[in-house]
Design a protein around this ligand. Structure first.
Ligand code: ZN
Length: 537
C-alpha cells in the first residue's frame, strides 16, 4: 500500500453521475482526487466516514445561478450574506455556473465600468458591486475566504453590450460590434464557460438576432455554448425558441436554453410542443440542451415587468421617467395592449401573481402580492410599482407565480434537461430555489413522485452539466476526478426551503466534499473554504 488516503467514504452506494445504475463501492480521496475502491476495502485513511445506507454522488453542478457578486468582499457595515453563501453548499452543490441571463460581472471597456456598476448593483441586489474588465479580473475579485464551493462564469451579453455601448436601444455600429467580439473572445480565452443572453432584459433586449449570431460565432470558435434566456417564455415562447435555434444553427454554437418554461396562461401546456421541437433539432444535428428549476414560480427584477423603452439609458434614466404621470399612463396602456417583441409578464398574468421578494427599505412588502399592496393603499398597481422602484433606487426583486405543474414536470423528466437553480441570492425573501432546488428534485420529484430514477436525477446535476460546459475532471465519481462529492440519505433527502422561509437547509444531505476537503459534516458547514474559480479551456 502507498500512503494513506486523506478520506475514505466506506459502505455507501455509489451513484457515479453517468446515469449508470447505483452500485456498492467505497470512495477514497487523496490529494484532492478520487479513487473508486471495491466495497469493503481495507485501505488506510486519515479520516474514515461510515456512509452505509447513504448515496455517494459527484458534487452537484448548478448550471444556472446569479451568484456572481455573492463572494465579493463586503463592507463590514453591509448586511451579512453568510446564509446566502452557504445555501448551495448545504444541498451538495460544489460548482456554480454564474453569468447567466446576459448578466455577468465582466467584461467591459474601462470607461464604462461606473455605469455598469450602477446597473449591476440593481440586478444583483447585494449592495455596491465592482464589475471587471475581463474574466481574469473577475476571478481575482472572488474572495477566497467566502468561496465555499467552485464557481465558473459565462460572459453575459447584456453586460458586454453595456460595457461597450451603454444602455442605448439601437444596433451596434460595426466598430462597437468588433469591440464586443474582442472582449468576448478574450474572456472566453481566459476561461469563461460560454456566452449568455437575457433577451427580456435591457440592454440585452435591444439586440437583434444578427448581433447575437455574430457573438455566438465567437463562442463557437472557442468551442463554447450559447446559453439563452429566450426573448419570450410566455405567449411567444415558440417563436423565441425558433430564434435561439436559428442563432445556434447560423453561428455553429451549441445551444443551452436556460430555465426552460412556458409561463402565463397563453403558454400553459406549450412544453408539449417545445420539448419535441428541441429533440427534433438535436436529431437534425444541433447540440442543444436545456435547464430547469423544480418550481412553478419564477423570480426576477421588478423593472423587468415594465416595457423595455422604460429602461432605455440605464437605471438613472428609468427612475427619472417613472416620476412622470404620462410615463405611468403609457406603461399601463402597454401592459394592456402589449408591445411587439416584449414578453409582458403582467399582461400574461396579473399583479396578483407577482409578490415582492426583496425591497430592503420596505421589508413589510416582502412576501406580499403587488395587487394586495396596491389595493391597501388605494392606488393603481403601476403607480405602486413605480413608487416602490423610486424608493428602492430600482433595486426590487419579485417572484412571479406563472407556471403550471405539468409543464415543469415535463421538462424535468425530459431527456434534454439538466438542473439549474436560477438562484437569485439576495437578502429579503428570495425564491426558495436557491436553497432547495437540488434536494427538491431528489426528494420530491425523483423519490416521492417517481418522476425520474435517482440515477438520472443525479446525472442531470453532475455528469451531464459537466459535459455540456466543458468542466473537465468534474461531474463524475471515477479515478482521478476532482474530489467534489456529496453524501445524502436517499430515504430522507428533501428540500425544506419555502417562500416564507427561503433559506432553510434541506434534510438528508450529510457530507459535502469540495476539492477533497470536508466542507459539510453532519449537515453543518465546516471552516473549509476550498472553492476556486474554474477556468474552462
Ligand atoms: Zn433568466
Amino acid at each position: 500500500m502507498g500512503r494513506p488516503l486523506d478520506l475514505l467514504l466506506r459502505g455507501g452506494t455509489l451513484v457515479d453521475g453517468t446515469g449508470a445504475p447505483a452500485r456498492e463501492a467505497d470512495v477514497g480521496v487523496a490529494d484532492g482526487r478520487i479513487a473508486v475502491l471495491p466495497a469493503g476495502t481495507r485501505a488506510a485513511a486519515t479520516e474514515i466516514l461510515d456512509v452505509s445506507g447513504r448515496v455517494v454522488a459527484p458534487g452537484f453542478i448548478d448550471v444556472h445561478t446569479h451568484s456572481d457578486a455573492l463572494a465579493a468582499p463586503r463592507d463590514a457595515a453591509a448586511e451579512p450574506v453568510d446564509d446566502l453563501r452557504l445555501a448551495p453548499l448545504l444541498q451538495g452543490v460544489t460548482t456554480e455556473i454564474c453569468g447567466n441571463c446576459g448578466t455577468s460581472l465582466f467584461p467591459s471597456l474601462p470607461e464604462r465600468l461606473p455605469d455598469l456598476a450602477e446597473h449591476l448593483r440593481v440586478t444583483f441586489g447585494l449592495g455596491p458591486v465592482r464589475p471587471a474588465v475581463d474574466f481574469d479580473a473577475f476571478a481575482a475579485g472572488q474572495d477566497p475566504a467566502s468561496r465555499h464551493n467552485h464557481i465558473a462564469s459565462l460572459v453575459g451579453h447584456g453586460t458586454l453590450r453595456a460595457g461597450v455601448m451603454g444602455f442605448e436601444d439601437r444596433p451596434p455600429r460595426p466598430d462597437e460590434l468588433d469591440a464586443m467580439c474582442a472582449l468576448l473572445d478574450r474572456a472566453l480565452r481566459q476561461g469563461a464557460a460560454g456566452l449568455s443572453t437575457g433577451l427580456i432584459y435591457p440592454p440585452g433586449t435591444y439586440a437583434a438576432t444578427e448581433e447575437i449570431v455574430a457573438l455566438a460565432r465567437v463562442a463557437a470558435r472557442r468551442g463554447k455554448p450559447y446559453v439563452t434566456h429566450l426573448r419570450d417564455e410566455m405567449s411567444q415562447v415558440e417563436s423565441a425558441l425558433e430564434e435561439a435555434l436559428e442563432i445556434a444553427a447560423r453561428s455553429g454554437a451549441a445551444l443551452q436554453v436556460s430555465h426552460h418554461k412556458t409561463a402565463g396562461r397563453h403558454a400553459w401546456g406549450a412544453t408539449l410542443r417545445t420539448l419535441p421541437r428541441l429533440e427534433r433539432a438535436r436529431a437534425e444535428g444541433l447540440d442543444v440542451w436545456c435547464d430547469v428549476y423544480p418550481y412553478t414560480a419564477g423570480s426576477t427584477v421588478l423593472h423587468a415587468m415594465l416595457p423595455p423603452w422604460a429602461s432605455e439609458g440605464g437605471v438613472g434614466a428609468l427612475l427619472e421617467r417613472l416620476r412622470r404621470t404620462e410615463v405611468r399612463d403609457r406603461i399601463r396602456a402597454d401592459i394592456v395592449t402589449g408591445v411587439a417583441g416584449w414578453e409582458n409578464t403582467v399582461g400574461n398574468g396579473g399583479w396578483d401573481l407577482i409578490a415582492v421578494a426583496a425591497a430592503r427599505s420596505r421589508p413589510d412588502t416582502e412576501g406580499r402580492r403587488v395587487a394586495d399592496l396596491a389595493a391597501e393603499r388605494g392606488v393603481h398597481p403601476v403607480d405602486y410599482v413605480c413608487d416602490l422602484l423610486l424608493a428602492e433606487r430600482g433595486e426590487v426583486t419579485i417572484i412571479s407565480h406563472s407556471m403550471r405543474e405539468d409543464d415543469v414536470r415535463r421538462v424535468l423528466a425530459g431527456p434534454l434537461s439538466m438542473i439549474g437553480s436560477d438562484g437569485v441570492p439576495k437578502p429579503g425573501r428570495p425564491h426558495p430555489r436557491w436553497a432547495g432546488s437540488f434536494a427538491r428534485v431528489l426528494g420530491h420529484y425523483a423519490r416521492d413522485q417517481g418522476l425520474l430514477p435517482l440515477e438520472r436525477a443525479v446525472h442531470k446535476m453532475s455528469g451531464l452539466p459537466a459535459r455540456r460546459f466543458g468542466l473537465a475532471g468534474r461531474g463524475r465519481v471515477r479515478d482521478g476526478a476532482v474530489a467534489d462529492l456529496v453524501v445524502f440519505d436517499p430515504d430522507t433527502v428533501l428540500d425544506r426551503a419555502t417562500f416564507d422561509r427561503p433559506l432553510l437547509a434541506p434534510e438528508g444531505v450529510g457530507t459535502v466534499v469540495v476539492a477533497g476537503r470536508v466542507a459539510v459534516r453532519d449537515g453543518r458547514p465546516t471552516r473549509v473554504r476550498a472553492g476556486e474559480v474554474v477556468r474552462v479551456r
